[in-house]
Design a binder for this molecule. Sequence first.
Ligand code: RNT
Ligand code: ZN
Length: 414
Amino acid sequence: MTRYESAKQRYEALGVDVDAALNALGNKAISIHCWQGDDVIGFEGSGQALSGGIQTTGNYPGRARTPEELMADFDMAASLIPGKKRINLHASYAVFHGKKADRDALLPEHFSAWVDYAKKHEYGIDFNPTFFSHPMVVDGLTLSSPIESVRRFWIRHAVACRRIASSLAEQLGEPVLHNIWIPDGYKHTPADRLGPRLRLKNSLDEIFAENLPGVLDSVESKVFGIGVESYTVGSNEFYMAYAARHPGVYNLLDNGHYHPTESVGDKIPALLAFFDKVPLHVTHPVRWDSDHVVLLDDETRDIAREIVRCHALDRVLIGLDYFDASINRIAAWVIGTRNMQKALLAALLEPHDNLRRWQEEGNFTEMLLWQEELKSLPFGDIWEHFCAIQGVPADASWYEAVRTYQENVLSKRR
Ligand code: RNT
Ligand code: ZN
């Protein structure tokens, strides 16, 4: 008997359908963020520093500088990741053939290179307007700016981006998540907390006014950013209420955007009670929204567990969001994405019906006992089998390919 067969027997003895778990995992797309590959710089060539209170730290050599490099690097990572993949793009990754367009004049044609690329590799695409690293961010504000010309510029940007998302959806034949995150906030305690929020609300109303097929809209809240520590316009309550009042607009949960003792795992079922979709940015915050590489830690496992327990694999849209420049960027993609998938697999291998029954019967002893016992079952053997049938390296040997690529390609980028 192989290690896989023996592990499978142990899970099956608990009533877990291992084949169904492998199938579900293989069919669940993970939306992988393009911006890990180039430190959130994009292709505008403006030389603008990353702004908006987010930061990439580290200076590992070999970041992608062009669309060709980023696409090649992403392919390298994707070849080492099992299952279905989507690529999550930002507007700042437009590929201009010749004449550049400012953010408020972006068109679907500026993303045709990405469509060709995605079609060739069968990746889905998700899309984000880019409200940072641009001179029209004035005093740190965009959609909530009191300067009407600034606010209008960013409304035009988001309108353009929703149209691009709709065009991408049409070209790919499947929905595209269009997620709005803005950096707006204040370093100092503001004198007026309501005004900026009312301006943001009006901006969103204008942005979402157009009915666009294929677009899944979401808004992403945050608690604070670097340099905007005292007030965030797009707070949790603000966007939660906005999404609840606007059918078709979803509330995206980024697990770096809450107080450290809050659990995004717990927020998922709360939102599933009211929304048919819950989009996520899975990250690893260390003391702040530091966007470290996703780990197979309790938080990631809890997020995965809630998705699976709630039978919501098709309702929760899993995207990743981190940018670590201190390690090989391709390895960062591979480690983080595989960790998300490992967490999902572990969750799929839990006997949720039994656990739920014990909870309902008030049998908390057995519920606790088995929650703990599950942690030491041979989940790694099932994971390695999954990788093998998906045609990717099952263990850490995937790093060999990255090391070779580093030597032959990344180290030559100067
Ligand atoms: C920032 C948000 C946002 C960005 C990306 C680049 O705190 O998490 O999602 O990280 O859009
Ligand atoms: Zn995010």
